[in-house]
Ligand binder design. Structure first.
Ligand SMILES: Cc1ncc(COP(=O)(O)O)c(C=O)c1O
Length: 483
């Protein structure tokens, strides 16, 4: 394992020399209260310049991202983000704007906001958008607040429940709960889709709405979406679209046409903004006409030839975020949409679906595929074929993939498939890359039979070997303490 910078430090090594201030040394004992004085030297590492450069270069090589290699993290759409998007977001005329500037001085930026609201509305089939939310989960919060505000405005105070399928991402029930709804779980059927009978049996006047991901978290399109929408609407509920999987339908089908009333999209997934590691995201929320008055304020509007902020929105749920959203992320997504255009977005979607189905087909002899039929942009395998007799789990396969130089796919999600591994290749990977990954997966399947210890002890080539997952999550040690 490589050493920490503190361990590499050698007393007396130095990378810089500060010039003398040329002023008399103040007597700090008489100028600062004792409580603020340091009584011993700091333990900062002391390294020469070259050693410091080497240290950080080495660290940069340990980080794994889409720029390093294939990153098939299901539900995250880790597609390649063209560098021109970064260039666009860093143009000084945009990046150096101050959020307190008056609208007259930021017409270009407001035009981009306005057009982005319009683009997203057209792409998703909604009537209006806010770009404020900072992530998908934040978008969910805003969307569910809008649903609540709508029912209350109708004088409908009995709707205290929110329906969420058992395949949903954890943020869905968490959001519903945070906004004060009791969560009702809707079961999936044998085909991995919403069980319409279960939905009907649970739908009543107390239900505010249903939160649904389509394609769902199993990578499957909810074929009965129009019937689902009818059940929810006939009982007075609203339909919420979790847009994390929009990449599987973009350019081909629109949530607005499927019957959804409120949606969020994850710009940092579908619209090619790099994410992961806590980087900024954006989760714009779109609504149908009947919900427009409740969108957060301000919205960016066009008044004649001028763009402006519209704060005059009495039914708005209020401001969802300081200023107007993560502008840099919005700019990257704007550049991406402009570069691809409608046909390009459709092409991206179709290739994402093609890549997922190609890979599913290539892996089916070696791995169990619980729902082995046409998928959208992602699919699920599990370790059922590897489990006996050596007890190989999905985690072992994921860890072994690290040895072959891959970021493992999402594991153990969704919860309704045991030992799930969710693979999302995305459209930005070539057939050669897909084939390399498929080859590694096939070798691992063979190893599981012939040399199981290679999986059980994996990873062998990583800086950190197998960790105690629970301890790492519950008691992470991320701070160095001086011995
Ligand atoms: C299906 C689904 N919904 C919601 C979210 C939450 O999105 P975010 O991570 O942007 O908050 C995710 C994130 O992975 C997701 O996969």
């Amino acid at each position: 394992m490589s050493k920490l910078i503190f361990e590499k430090g050698v007393k007396g090594s130095n990378s810089f020399r500060l010039p003398s201030a040329g002023l008399p040394q103040p007597d700090i004992n008489h100028t600062l209260p004792p409580i603020f004085l340091r009584h011993k030297d700091t333990d900062l590492p002391q390294l020469s310049e070259v050693e410091a450069v080497r240290h950080f270069t080495e660290l940069s090589k340990l980080a794994y991202g889409v720029d390093n290699g294939f990153y098939p993290l299901g539900s995250c759409t880790m597609k390649y983000s063209p560098k021109i998007n970064e260039w666009a977001a860093r143009l000084p005329g945009l990046a150096a704007l101050h959020p307190y500037q008056v609208p007259e001085t930021i017409q270009g930026a407001l035009q981009i906001y306005y057009e982005m609201q319009e683009f997203l509305a057209e792409i998703t089939g909604m009537d209006g958008f806010t770009l404020q939310p900072a992530a998908g989960a934040h978008g969910e919060m805003v969307g569910v607040m809008i649903i609540k505000a709508y029912h209350l405005y109708q004088g409908d105070r009995e709707r205290t429940k929110m329906m969420v399928p058992d395949s949903a991402h954890g943020t869905n029930p968490a959001t519903a709960n945070m906004i004060g709804f009791d969560v009702i779980e809707v079961k999936s059927n044998q085909r991995g889709l919403v069980d319409l009978d279960d939905l009907k049996s649970k739908m009543n006047k107390e239900v505010a709405g249903l939160m649904l991901t389509n394609p769902n978290t199993l990578g499957l399109f909810e074929e009965e979406i129009q019937d689902i929408a009818a059940v929810v609407h006939e009982a007075g509920g609203l339909l919420y679209y979790d847009g994390a999987n929009l990449n599987g339908v973009i350019g081909v089908a629109r949530p607005g046409d499927m019957g959804f009333d409120v949606i969020h999209v994850n710009l940092h997934k579908t619209f090619s903004t790099p994410h992961g590691g806590g980087g900024p995201g954006a989760g714009p929320v779109g609504v149908k006409e009947h919900l427009l008055p409740f969108l957060p304020k301000p919205l960016v509007v066009k008044e004649g030839e001028l763009y402006n902020f519209d704060y005059d929105r009495p039914l708005s749920i209020g401001k969802a975020r300081n200023f107007y959203g993560n502008f840099g992320v919005i700019l990257k997504a704007y550049a991406y949409i402009k570069a691809l255009g409608g046909e390009g977005l459709k092409d991206a979607c179709q290739n994402a679906v093609l890549n997922a189905n190609y890979m599913r087909h290539q892996l089916r002899d070696d791995y169990n595929i619980p729902l082995d039929r046409l998928c959208k942009h992602e699919f699920i395998i599990n370790s059922k074929k590897q489990a006996d007799p050596h007890g190989i789990s999905t985690m072992d396969i994921a860890k072994r993939l690290i040895d072959y130089g891959y970021h493992p796919p999402t594991v153990y999600f969704p919860l309704i498939i045991s030992e799930a591994m969710m693979i999302e290749p995305t459209e930005t990977e070539s057939k050669e890359r897909l084939d390399d990954f498929i080859a590694a997966m096939k070798i691992i399947a063979k190893e599981a039979k012939e040399a199981p210890e290679l999986l059980l002890d994996a990873p062998h080539n990583a800086v950190i070997r197998r960790v105690d997952e629970v301890k790492a999550a519950r008691k992470p040690v991320v701070k160095w303490e001086a011995p």
